[in-house]
Design a protein around this ligand. Structure first.
Ligand SMILES: NC(=O)c1ccc[n+]([C@@H]2O[C@H](COP(=O)([O-])OP(=O)(O)OC[C@H]3O[C@@H](n4cnc5c(N)ncnc54)[C@H](OP(=O)(O)O)[C@@H]3O)[C@@H](O)[C@H]2O)c1
Length: 309
């Protein structure tokens, strides 16, 4: 089968489209024929070697940890799926990924995809959607009527977070550059904020929850935007406990795990017409370098999808 692998860490020149054996499955696995995969910033962070200490791979490894496709084989112990099922998953990041014709995933990491999603949309949802749900709902405990600030509201995580927060009845404030202000409003944000125009402290009234997808100065500037007792949830940089204490708030770092429970929640929002992934860029496996370059630009709207078959 075809797969995009890296044999060493480095720039986009390390991405190689190669022929390898179709994966063998374990008793608790599904073998999925990949229809679509999606790109996430973690893919190129792993490629560059930034996460070597955190996730030690034996190279070569196939990248990509979002998948939608068709079950073509089930492990001996699997009873919840059958051959032909249309599924989506954010599989275990320590195994070979989805930039390939086939992927083996644990059955308990996959869910039947909503029929309202095509394969590209279903591939766009798992990693970013699980992240958004976990930050807002599981960790942030977002309640109806609360004010939530979502940084990078036009990005992969942010555009889903806006929709999930609205579905939970929150008042949503989201940031993006000037060219994405209309998109934030279309996605449901109550206040669209242009982070290039003026300091956020001059544009945003106090919030209960901040979702930090940027880290650095964006995180630094977010503490003062929180109400006392509020929470900052970051997916990019562990927040300082000391600073959180100074501001009388909580800071939490989230690194997501596969979750079929959350995939079920996302499916339910899709079924209720409250969640639609936005795909702004489509590439083939042969165009993987361009796809990584797009993600590394830091200014992707919505998601980047790889159409595999
Ligand atoms: N810890 C975890 O488990 C986890 C899970 C998922 C993601 N992440 C991390 O979260 C980050 C975001 O992921 P993603 O998939 O959403 O990335 P992404 O899709 O590449 O984000 C791109 C977006 O960032 C916006 N942006 C850039 N600079 C900004 C700024 N200063 N303020 C506000 N928005 C800004 C851009 O909007 P403009 O073009 O309008 O500037 C663009 O729409 C990545 O670092 C990723 O690795 C971590």
């Amino acid at each position: 089968m075809r797969a995009v692998q890296i044999k060493q860490y480095g720039g986009t020149e390390t991405l190689q489209l190669v022929q390898i054996d179709t994966p063998k499955i374990n008793a608790d696995d599904l073998l999925i024929q990949v229809k679509s995969a999606a790109i996430n910033p973690v893919d190129w962070k792993i490629r560059e070697g930034y996460l070597q200490e955190f996730i030690p791979y034996t190279l070569p490894v196939t990248l990509g940890w979002d998948v939608a496709g068709i079950v073509i084989e089930i492990g001996a112990e699997v009873s919840d799926f059958k051959v032909g099922d249309e599924v989506f998953s954010r599989p275990d990041i320590s195994r070979n990924g989805s930039y390939a014709d086939f992927i083996a995933v644990k059955a308990n990491e996959a869910v039947l995809k909503s029929t309202k999603l095509d394969f590209a949309q279903a591939a766009a949802l798992p990693l970013a959607g699980i992240t958004a749900w976990q930050c807002l709902v599981d960790v942030g405990q977002l309640q109806a009527g609360q004010r939530v600030l979502i940084h990078a509201g036009a990005g992969g995580v942010g555009h889903l977070a806006i929709q999930i927060a609205k579905a939970k009845g929150a008042i949503v404030i989201a940031t993006a550059s000037a060219s994405n202000q209309a998109l934030l409003t279309q996605l449901g944000a109550d206040q669209a904020v242009d982070y290039t125009k003026a300091p956020l402290s001059e544009q945003i009234e106090a919030v209960d929850l901040v979702i930090d997808t940027m880290g650095g100065t964006v995180q630094d500037d977010s503490w003062a935007l929180l109400k006392k007792g509020g929470m900052l949830v970051s997916v990019t940089q562990p927040p300082s406990e000391e600073t959180a204490k100074e501001f009388g708030v909580t800071g939490v770092f989230v690194f997501i795990e596969p979750s079929s429970r959350i995939l079920g929640e996302l499916n339910a929002l899709v079924e209720a017409d409250k969640l639609t992934p936005l795909i702004e860029h489509r590439f083939s496996l042969e165009q993987i370098v361009e796809a990584h370059q797009q993600s590394q630009s830091g200014h992707t709207r919505g998601k980047i999808v790889i159409e595999v078959s």
